[in-house]
Design a protein around this ligand. Structure first.
Ligand code: URA
Length: 231
């Protein structure tokens, strides 16, 4: 990366100001004064501005326990957005990996690392998503078989991929999907003659929603959780 670009990224100074700082001998690379803004630097180099070590901002990886009433978007004229819930200094640049409906609760992953976000949702990797649904009617054997066999949803040309549906107490169901179509869980149950009253996402891939997180709370992902989404 060019030296002036590094300085801009690390400080948020505009590029022309960074260039001038280099020309005015305010910047050192590994202790040496460098006057060329186009000088190439590596992330491992020690870059200082006015004697202060600069550091490139690190990508952020966050899990959020989404409450009802928030939309998974970066802006919305009508409803509050999930970014409003973050305690981060600046949620700028963060995006959601795999949206939930406004009335769905549970695990949402956010990052400003575009490649990582892509890996989380890419059909190539097939990271399964686990949901807990509360239904109008108890799950029957036919529904379990239909989920397993694939369902042709209204307006679509391809059946859903085989999914797991397990009956749980009090009209509950645990659902495991390997894809992410629009309103998929609700539409699958509707196609089986049932109705989803409440929906909660518990897990994406091997990342499980932290039980310590109250609705609306968030935390950074651990290194292990980040790396569980393999390139
Ligand atoms: N399926 C749905 O119907 N809604 C969601 O929010 C997620 C999956």
């Amino acid at each position: 990366m060019r030296l002036d670009k590094y300085v801009s990224h690390a400080t948020t100074l505009p590029r022309d100001v960074s260039k001038r700082a280099v020309r005015n001998k305010r910047v050192t690379v590994n202790g040496e004064m460098v006057k060329s803004a186009s000088h190439h630097v590596a992330e491992t180099d020690e870059i200082c501005l006015d004697g202060q070590r600069l550091q490139l901002p690190q990508p952020r990886y966050i899990m959020l326990n989404k409450p009802e009433g928030y939309v998974c978007a970066t802006e919305d004229g009508q409803h509050p957005i999930v970014l409003d819930l973050l305690t981060e200094d600046s949620p700028e640049g963060l995006s959601v990996a795999g949206r939930l409906d406004i009335d769905t609760t549970g695990l949402v992953l956010l990052s400003d690392d575009g490649q990582w976000l892509h890996r989380v949702i890419s059909p190539r990797h097939l990271y399964s998503k686990v949901y807990y649904a509360t239904l109008h009617e108890p799950v029957n054997e036919e529904t379990i078989a239909q989920f397993e066999a694939g369902i042709m949803l209204r307006g679509e040309s391809k059946e859903t991929a085989p999914a797991k549906c397990k009956a749980m107490p009090e009209n509950g169901a645990e659902v495991i999907l390997n894809e992410g179509r629009y309103h998929q869980v609700k539409r699958m149950f509707a196609a089986c003659g049932n109705h989803v009253i409440a929906l909660h996402r518990k897990q994406i891939g091997s990342v499980v929603l932290d039980e310590q997180l109250a609705p609306g709370a968030s935390r950074s992902l651990t290194q292990e959780e980040i790396e569980s989404f393999q390139p």
